[in-house]
Design a protein. Structure first.
Lengths: 275, 280, 268
């Protein structure tokens, strides 16, 4: 395993017990330190399964999976792996354990056996990273969907991970909630956090450093963002929508109004057109 | 034949410290064979409005009339209104309960005392409309795929032969293919004469699908009209409570830089306009 | 139309007060002592003393007395029912008679005693949950039951179960409300017909609710595993329980007061 790798999958396949077809087939993937990897694909393409393999919630049925240099198939490694590669799930309601915001953030570090003083410090720090310090003592059920998902992120950060895996973490949020979560991800990535972002909304991957497309449990395509947006003709077969701004960017590139490297984001377009 | 909403107000927890005005003075008209989108952010009152349309909530003041019958009429009328106006909640998969698709479909019509042979006929028709095979009839609803469950939920409302269908974020959580398939089906239903009220926070979806759009902000209607007139309105002034999709956000920023480009979701047209502006 | 509303349930009222600051174990034990006292007391008039004590405690806790009283609302019917049974079914000196129904002097005393017992029982227990967060409460119980772990009593698991149940009560209320509305929209009639029909009408609400509960349980288990939860061993707490001098004073005070009341009551 390369020294820079946070997670590495070597020819990994996974079949759910009782299922006939494998959910993941012969996947080779390395996630390097500091990367922001967008993992995209249609429903049932195996994205969520792949995410759970990364932090030993699932163990490959064939092949090897390493996280932070540790094999995920050894049970004695699970604690270390899960604290270093932590996960945020789709439904914020189903991952909050406690009734009070700060008690929920403390859950992870409590499980890891930290001292009360350092737990309090971690909780304060993580809540401020997601902008919820004001809600420290608030009951969790009274939070909005977006706030709940930010709380879930704080809970994951509290284990001081090297890598954060987000499994469709914005699907159930409204536009404002989605933007808040993305803003937090940008900040975290700026501070060196490795991110694996699972989504099927292309508007949300514009900060990714690498895109991996999954189809029927296998890696269909892999490359950086500008390359990815040159693949627009393939999007329908990958089960991806072509958002109008992406289409417009493509057209303007064809007419040589925009350089080929321009990403389909409002910011980049404006920088190129209105210098 | 239409749903008419007139100066509708709704107050939650009236007379307690938690009193909140969810809707204040909303007007709306929904005709059969028309797709009306209700757009607004979380807390704008759009889900409250949806529940008024089939009398799950009753007005604090103002009124809602379905085919000229007010929702406050009486128990018998109220039941008929609930049949006429089908309501599909957000993530409706959670309401599935029966042992088989057949039983799930029969739940509504039995409540409304449809004769058995009519239930059967209506079930076939509704499944067919939603693109679900009759082979599924004896399967458990819980065994279906995510996309199939969503369509079954809509079919289980359509089977009671409503004249209007109110859907709260029907495409939430679906990927591109499933979403487009569902939208295509709904479009077809509208063409066949169903009135559709589509509650969503996705303005892009509303602009591409709806005949008319109602924009709610903090319980007040801030705009009501066709997609074209909403785009024209944006040229004049920003509409409060709207979260612009990226393309329109881009147009709005371009205009602030002095480009005269139109508000449109047509990327070809926009590319032409931009090219002309830049080359001149 | 009236739907479920979890806001009326007696829940934790956060505040910074001497009562809130007490160790949860101290509060739990105090309530146990108080409940024992309430059961030992026989004279209905003596129950006034409990009312006075509650009033003083409420003042100290900065929880409005009105809110404390609301805690008894869910059991008002039960209190009336219990009192009624004793009122009409106790034998003794007849005060009033109408056909087969009679009220006796002993009946009146028993009705007042049992009704008031139940009433204060609920009020004091409710006062505990009003001033103690669910997490503290389960921590307190876990700590009190820890000695029994040696005999195989799952103290930690019980406490964790309690924490999670309390956390999910509001969520499940919302969920039930949503399903109820969805089925009403499909023409379900939950208000008419005999008892059996109405129970049957609730199946379309209960089945999805169970499915959701199991789904949530599965998701939550996974999320807890992802956050390194491996049971109670090796787990630390952000706010470990700390028995202070004030706790000793508080519990000694409670024992003293209860003993005084009970002795006074025994003497007549």
């Amino acid at each position: 395993m390369e020294p820079e790798a946070v997670c590495a999958l070597r020819d990994v396949s996974f079949t759910y017990p009782g299922a006939t077809a494998p959910a993941i087939q012969n996947v080779d993937l390395t996630i390097r330190r500091g990367e922001w990897v967008a993992l995209i694909g249609s429903n049932g393409s195996g994205k969520s399964t792949l995410a759970k393999l990364l932090n030993a919630l699932l163990i490959p049925t064939r092949g090897d999976c390493f996280s932070c240099g540790l094999r995920t198939d050894r049970e004695e490694n699970h604690w270390a792996i899960r604290s270093r590669v932590s996960m945020v799930f789709q439904n914020p309601d189903n991952q909050i354990v406690a009734s009070v915001v700060e008690e929920d953030v403390a859950f992870g570090p409590e499980n890891l056996g930290y001292s009360p003083g350092s737990i309090r410090e971690i909780v304060r720090d993580c809540l401020s990273q997601v902008g919820l310090e004001e809600k420290r003592r608030a009951p969790t059920y009274a939070l909005s969907g977006g706030q709940k998902q930010r709380l879930a992120i704080a809970g994951a950060l509290a284990m001081k991970p090297e890598c954060l895996v987000l499994d469709e973490a914005t699907v159930m949020l409204d536009p404002q909630g989605r933007e808040d979560v993305l803003e937090i991800l940008r900040k975290l990535h700026g501070r060196g956090m490795t991110l694996v972002q699972i989504t099927h909304r292309l508007e949300e991957i514009l900060d990714a450093t690498r895109v991996v497309v999954l189809k029927q449990g296998a890696i269909e395509w892999e490359g950086d963002l500008p390359e990815f947006f040159e693949q627009v003709p393939h999007f329908p077969e990958w089960g991806l929508e072509v958002p109008p701004l992406v289409r417009l960017t493509g057209l303007l590139k064809k007419r040589e109004i925009l350089p080929a490297s321009c990403l389909p984001s409002v910011k980049e377009l404006l920088e190129n057109l209105c210098p | 034949m239409s749903i008419r909403v007139d100066s509708l107000c709704h107050v939650y927890h009236s007379g307690t410290p938690l009193e909140t005005q969810a809707l204040s003075g909303v007007d709306l008209l929904v005709e059969r064979g028309e797709w009306v989108a209700v757009v607004g952010q979380t807390g704008s009152g759009k889900s409250t409005l949806a529940q008024h349309l089939n009398a799950l909530l009753l007005p604090s003041s103002g009124w809602v009339k379905v085919d000229n019958i007010p929702t406050t009429a009486g128990a018998a009328e109220l039941r008929e209104i609930r049949r006429k106006v089908g309501l599909v909640f957000q993530y409706p998969e959670h309401q599935l309960f029966a042992e088989s698709v057949r039983e799930e479909m029969a739940f509504g019509p039995r409540n409304w005392k449809f004769p058995e042979e009519e239930i059967e006929r209506s079930t076939w028709k509704a499944l067919d409309l939603l693109g679900l095979s009759q082979d599924l009839l004896d399967r458990s609803p819980l065994q279906l795929s995510g996309g199939q469950k969503r369509r079954l939920c809509i079919a289980s409302v359509l089977v009671s032969k409503p004249d209007y269908l109110v859907l709260d974020e029907p495409t939430a959580g679906l990927d591109a293919n499933r979403r487009n398939e569902l939208l295509r089906i709904l479009k077809k239903l509208v063409e066949e004469g169903l009135g559709v009220v589509h509650v969503t926070h996705d303005l892009e979806l509303a602009l591409t699908m709806a005949d008319r759009i109602l924009v709610l902000e903090k319980g007040k209607a801030v705009f009501c009209g066709t997609p074209e007139s909403l785009l024209d309105e944006l040229l004049e002034r920003p509409v409060r409570g709207l979260c612009l999709p990226p393309l329109l956000e881009f147009v709005s920023r371009l205009r602030s830089y002095g480009y005269s480009v139109p508000y449109t979701l047509d990327s070809e047209l926009l590319a032409d306009c931009l090219e002309r502006e830049i080359r001149s | 139309m009236k739907f479920l509303n979890h806001l009326t349930l007696g829940q934790y009222v956060p505040a910074d007060s001497p009562v809130h600051r007490l160790d949860p174990r101290c509060k739990i034990l105090s309530v146990v002592v108080l409940l024992a006292g309430i059961f030992l007391m026989v004279h209905p008039v003596a129950f006034l003393a409990w009312g006075g004590l509650l009033l003083v405690l409420a003042r100290f806790s900065r929880v409005p007395f009105r809110v404390v009283l609301q805690g008894a609302r869910p059991v008002v019917m039960l209190v009336i029912f219990t009192a009624g049974i004793h009122l009409f079914l106790t034998k003794g000196v007849v005060l009033w008679e109408w056909g087969p129904v009679s009220v006796t002097r002993e009946g009146v005393t028993m009705a007042l005693r049992m009704g008031l017992r139940l009433f204060f029982l609920v009020l004091f227990a409710g006062f505990l949950t009003l001033t103690t967060s669910p997490m503290e409460l389960s921590d307190g119980l876990e700590s009190l039951f820890r000695p029994f772990q040696r005999f195989g009593f799952p103290a930690h698991e019980m406490a964790m179960m309690m924490t999670i149940s309390l956390r999910f009560i509001p969520t499940l209320f919302d969920e039930t409300d949503r399903i109820l509305r969805a089925q009403l929209a499909r023409g379900a009639d939950l208000e008419h017909g005999g008892l059996f029909r109405r129970l049957k009408a609730f199946i379309p609400v209960l089945v999805p609710l169970f499915v959701i509960v199991f789904q949530r349980a599965e998701d939550l288990a996974l999320a807890m595993e992802a956050r390194c939860y491996q049971g109670g061993s090796g787990r630390t707490r952000m706010n470990p329980l700390e028995w202070k001098k004030s706790d000793t004073f508080a519990i000694a005070g409670v024992i003293g007061i209860v003993a005084f009341f009970v002795l006074l009551d025994l003497k007549g």
